[in-house]
Design a protein around this ligand. Structure first.
Ligand code: ADP
Length: 230
C-alpha cells in the first residue's frame, strides 16, 4: 500500500530532514510513527500527501508511482489519502454536517449522495445527533472526530493522523484513537504520529521510530513493550 525506498529529503544544504528512509506498510495495517520533535515525522507525511517532493528515492502509494505522477493525478492521490491534523482545521461557520458535506461538495457530489453519506460517516465517528452543532459548541474530542469524518467521507484507502490527540485530554484522546481503530477495522490503512506514550503502549501496534531522519527501530508493539520492561 505504501512503499518508500531510500527516500531522502533535503530542505537546504545543511538540513537533511529524511535520510534514505525505507518503509513498507501493507494494506489495512495500523502503524504508529514516533520520534522527538525535528526527527522528520511531518516531512515523511508531507511526502506521502505530495505537499513536499523527495530529493531522491522512490515512493509508491496504492499503485501510484510518485515519479510518474502528473499534476492531473493529484486529485486521484488526494482521494486515496485522508488527513487529520492536531488542530482540526474545521470551518468555524459551518455546522458539523456542513463541514463533512463540504469535502464532498468540492468534488462535485450532489445533495442526494451527500444526504445519504454524511449521516453514515457521522455515525461511525460517534457524532449522530450533533449534525447541527457548530464547531465552537463541541468538545475538542468531538471536533477531532468531525475532522476524521471529513477525512474518511470519500473513503480513502489510507488515513494519516498527524498528532490527532495533541490538543486533547486523555479521555477525549482515547475516544479519537478508538475511532481510528474502528476505521482501520473497516479496512483503511492508518498512519498515526503521536507523542503520547500511553497510546503507544495501549494500542499494541507496529511502532516505527524516526530519529535524525532515519528509521531507528521498526517493531511490533508486543516486542516494543518487552523492550521497555527490560
Ligand atoms: P517532526 O515532524 O518529527 O518534528 P519535521 O519533519 O517537521 O520533524 O522536521 C525535520 C527537520 O526538517 C527539522 O530539522 C526541521 O527543522 C526541518 N524542516 C522541516 N520543514 C522544513 C522546511 N519547510 N524548510 C526547512 N527545513 C524544514
Amino acid at each position: 500500500m505504501i512503499l518508500l525506498d531510500r527516500v531522502t529529503k533535503v530542505y537546504n544544504r545543511n538540513n537533511t530532514a529524511l535520510d534514505r528512509i525505507s518503509l513498507h506498510v501493507q494494506q489495512k495495517e495500523f502503524v504508529i510513527i514516533i520520534g522527538t520533535s525535528g526527527a522528520g515525522k511531518s516531512t515523511l507525511l508531507k511526502l506521502l500527501t505530495r505537499e513536499e517532493k523527495p530529493s531522491s528515492g522512490k515512493i509508491v502509494i496504492g499503485g501510484l508511482d510518485y515519479d510518474k505522477l502528473k499534476d492531473r493525478d493529484i486529485p486521484l492521490l488526494r482521494r486515496k489519502i485522508g488527513v487529520v491534523f492536531q488542530d482540526f482545521k474545521l470551518l468555524p461557520n459551518k455546522t458539523v454536517f456542513e463541514n463533512v458535506a463540504f469535502a464532498l461538495e468540492i468534488v462535485g457530489f450532489g445533495s442526494r449522495e451527500i444526504n445519504h453519506t454524511v449521516p453514515r460517516v457521522l455515525d461511525i465517528v460517534g457524532l449522530k445527533g450533533k449534525e447541527n452543532r457548530m464547531p465552537a459548541e463541541l468538545s475538542g474530542g468531538e471536533r477531532q472526530r468531525v475532522a476524521i469524518a471529513r477525512a474518511i467521507v470519500r473513503q480513502p484507502k489510507i488515513l494519516i493522523a498527524d498528532e490527532p490527540t495533541g490538543n486533547l485530554d486523555p479521555k477525549h484522546a482515547w475516544d479519537v484513537i478508538k475511532v481510528l481503530e474502528k476505521i482501520n477495522r473497516y479496512g483503511t490503512t492508518v498512519l498515526l504520529t503521536t507523542h503520547n506514550q500511553e497510546i503507544v503502549n495501549k494500542l499494541k501496534r507496529r511502532v516505527v521510530t524516526i530519529q535524525g531522519g532515519r528509521v531507528v527501530s521498526d517493531r511490533a508493539n508486543a516486542e516494543y513493550n518487552k523492550g521497555l520492561t527490560k
